[in-house]
Ligand binder design. Sequence first.
Ligand SMILES: Nc1ncnc2c1ncn2[C@@H]1O[C@H](COP(=O)(O)OP(=O)(O)OP(=O)(O)O)[C@@H](O)[C@H]1O
Ligand SMILES: [Mg+2]
Length: 419
Amino acid sequence: MHFTAPLKSNSIKIMLLGSGELGKEVAIEAQRLGIEVIAVDRYPNAPAHQVAHEAHVIDMQNREAVLDLIRRVRPDYILPEIEAISIDALFDAEKEGFHVIPNAEAVNKTMNRKNIRKFAAEELGLKTSAYRFVSSFDALEAAADSIGYPCVVKPVMSSSGHGQSVARSREDLQKCWEIAKEARGDASELIVEEFVEFDYEITLLTARTEKETIFCEPIGHEQKGGDYIFSWQPAFMAPGAREKAEEIAKKITDGLGGRGIFGVELFVKGEEVYFSEVSPRPHDTGMVTLITQSQSEFALHLRAVLGLPLEFAFHTPGASAAYKAKRHSVTPVIHAEDAVFAADSFIRVFGKPESHEGRRMAVVLTMAASESEALKKAKERIGYVDDYANVTKMVESEREESEDESCVIKKVFKFIFGK
Ligand SMILES: Nc1ncnc2c1ncn2[C@@H]1O[C@H](COP(=O)(O)OP(=O)(O)OP(=O)(O)O)[C@@H](O)[C@H]1O
Ligand SMILES: [Mg+2]
C-alpha cells in the first residue's frame, strides 16, 4: 500500500461519524499511518475531535447536514462510530461513490434490532432467543405470554441498555412498557425476547476484508444496567462452543459484508451458542485489546478499512474496567492513584469535556498470566480511580510544595472548578 501525508491534495482521508472514546483510538491508529482524520460529532471537543486534523460539530441525524459535510470533505472512507446517524445520508453517500464502512446496508441492518434479528434468524438461520415484535401494550402482553417469563423487552432502536428491562411476570409488563417508551431512540416498536439463562456471554471480534476473515480471542464481559463494566480476554470456551461461535461470526459478517471489524455478541449455554447482536465497528468490551494484542481492535479496524493484511499477535491475557463518573461536572477531574500506573496496568482517560453520573470517562487495563488474575487486578485497580477529586490528598501534596495556605487553596480550587 502507498501511504500519503495528511493535509495534502492526495491525502488518504477517513471521516469518523461519532467521535467518542472508540473513535479516538481509531483516529490515533490512523494518525500513526499518516492518514488524514476528520472527526464529527454532535458536541464540540468530543474525544476523537481532540486527536483529529479536522473536527466538525453537526446534527448527525440530519440527512442534509451529514451529506453536505461528506460532499465537502470527500473522505476516502466513512466510518460510522455510533448508531444514531442519518442512514439515508449513508445510502446517498454510497450511491455517490463514497465508501461507507462496512457498507450502508450493514449499518442499516445493525442499527435496528428488528432488521438484524430477522436477518440473522430468518435469513441466515442462526440460533437466537425466541422473539416477537410489538407496537402496542396488548400485543406486548400477548407476546410475553407466548414467549414466557422472564423475558426481555427492548426498543428496536436503542443501545447501551437504554429502555431495556426484564419482565419476571405479567405484572411487570406495564413498567417495561413505560421504560421502553421513555428511552431515547425510536421506541415505537419493541422486541420481546426469551430470557436466555446463559452460562456466560462473549464478544467475538471478527475483522474482514475481501481477502480474509480473522477472529480475536473471545472476550468475556460483565454487564450492569445494560452497559459493560468489566471485560477480559481470552474467555475460555469449550472447543465445540468456540467452533460454533466462529461459525456464527463468519456467517453474520459475511452476510453483512464489507471491510472492518465487527463485535459479534453471543450467549453461551452449555454447547449451545446464541447470536445476540453485532456492531459493525469496534466494540466497547474490546478496549481490552489495547493491552492484550499487538494490534488492538482499533488498529485491526483501520487495517481492514484500508484493505491491509489482518495479521496480529495475541500477547497476554488481560482485562479492562470501565470507569463511570459519579457526578456531573463541566470541569471533570479523574483522580487515579499511583497504584494504577504499575508494570501490569495503565489507564486511558477519554478527555470527555463534561461528566455526568454513569458516563464512561476512562478505562483501566491490566495484564497477568491468566485472564482471571487480570480481571481480579482490574477490579482492584479501578478502585483507585475516582472523579471526586481526592481533595485531602491534593491539599497535602500542595502543602509540601508551598507554605502559603491561600495559595494552596487557590490551586486546589482551580484544579477542581477550573477557576
Ligand atoms: N435475551 C436475553 N437474555 C438474557 N440476557 C440478555 C438478553 N438480551 C440482553 N441481555 C443482557 O443485556 C445485555 C445488553 O443487551 P443488548 O446487547 O441487546 O443491548 P444493547 O442496548 O445493545 O447493549 P450494548 O449497546 O451495550 O451492546 C446483554 O449483553 C446481556 O447481558
Ligand atoms: Mg449489546
